[in-house]
Ligand binder design. Sequence first.
Ligand SMILES: Cc1cc2nc3c(=O)[nH]c(=O)nc-3n(C[C@H](O)[C@H](O)[C@H](O)COP(=O)(O)OP(=O)(O)OC[C@H]3O[C@@H](n4cnc5c(N)ncnc54)[C@H](O)[C@@H]3O)c2cc1C
Length: 421
Amino acid sequence: MNNYDVIVIGGGPSGLMAAVAAAEHGAAVLLIDKGTKLGRKLGISGGGRCNVTNNKELSELISYIPGNGRFLHSAFGHFNNRDIIAFFEDLGIALKEEDNGRMFPVSDKASSVVSALVGKVRSLGVEVMTDSPVAEVIYDSGAVRGVKLQSGRTVNAGAVIIATGGKSVPQTGSTGDGYPWAEAAGHTITELYPTEVPIVSGERWIHSGELQGLSLRDVTLTVWNAKGKKVIAHRGDMIFTHFGLSGPIALRCSQFLRQVQRQTGKNAVELSIDLFPDEHLQELERRLQDKLEQEPKKAIRNSLKGLVPERLIPLILDKAGLDGDLTFHHLPKTGLQALAALLKRLPVLAHGTRSLAEAFVTGGGVHLKEIHPGTMGSKLMDGLYFCGEILDIHGYTGGYNITAAFSTGYTAGKHAAEKIQ
Ligand SMILES: Cc1cc2nc3c(=O)[nH]c(=O)nc-3n(C[C@H](O)[C@H](O)[C@H](O)COP(=O)(O)OP(=O)(O)OC[C@H]3O[C@@H](n4cnc5c(N)ncnc54)[C@H](O)[C@@H]3O)c2cc1C
């Protein structure tokens, strides 16, 4: 005899939405979380303002989920970004659109989103157990039977949804507990790695701290492979830190750096910064020449101010092998060309990323070949479902991961409930 139709393990965005969908589809649902509060990671997302989703067109949305976004086609058919927006507006959480389609609550408070979602879960009669770590999922004869809590208590159910998240920022409860339960059901876990994570560089000029805190706006960061071919380029903002590069475009490039490392088996990966992405090299060279020509008696280190961020000038001059006290009159043509070339392609040797614990998102997870895309059900264990970051799906920051969590959560909850009836 089952205690519940559906047990959801994990009260992050995917688990909360799974509980909502399962209850809305008539199931008796138990939601279990090991923390004392639900939605802890959701509560710190988007800088504490909760970037609930992104308003881009669906086809575009998928392209911002480089980690297997195409797997989400069916799930988006059940519940997509427009449904997420309608869902929260129905709950009285007005949303606003910011740059690049990012949707935030008008209140700018993640707590308002979390409490609306938790309120919805409770209003649907879902039973909620917090402070109750699950120790294992119980399987028997190819089917799920329920869960065993760390306290030793067993709870039966016809379907179990594993929504325990990845391994990033473990203090929010995402400690990777779900992976061994998936493996026990026969699932493969693809390699786990940090994504949307700051980049580490061993360059001396990074570690000297001379550029620490310098932000570059609207530049392009490119990752190159060992053959000198462009792997990916992202345009936007970045910042130099005491260990390497951070900021939106560095986070986006981080997973591709990892990819090159895997291919080459070497730590060092070449990146470059284009400080003038709208100008061709020749145009920039002409503009540089015009600028320096206007002040022929001035030291070039001073003439470059206004064109190049001041703190970058010594590095650029050093890399070009030029003495900053030179005046335009004494600057050889090759020197001018070298300066322009560096402004278009300032090389930064990267040596890795910060750890998985420090990453915004976990790359890798439950292998998608073993999951039905239309239901999020396991192909290997009857009654077992997965949703959220535990799956081998990851997007860029900007609301895409939370969108994937809500969408897969809704899909898993709906189908788990339908299966039981
Ligand atoms: C600082 C930060 C900012 C972010 N900002 C963004 C952003 O702007 N946009 C975006 O799209 N994404 C963002 N993300 C990523 C996004 O928050 C996650 O992808 C999303 O929360 C994943 O949801 P989830 O439900 O799969 O897992 P989680 O949110 O990780 O939830 C998992 C839940 O499972 C529970 N659990 C784990 N093990 C057990 C167990 N043994 N028993 C019971 N319960 C258990 C945990 O307590 C937790 O509540 C950010 C992440 C971080 C860390």
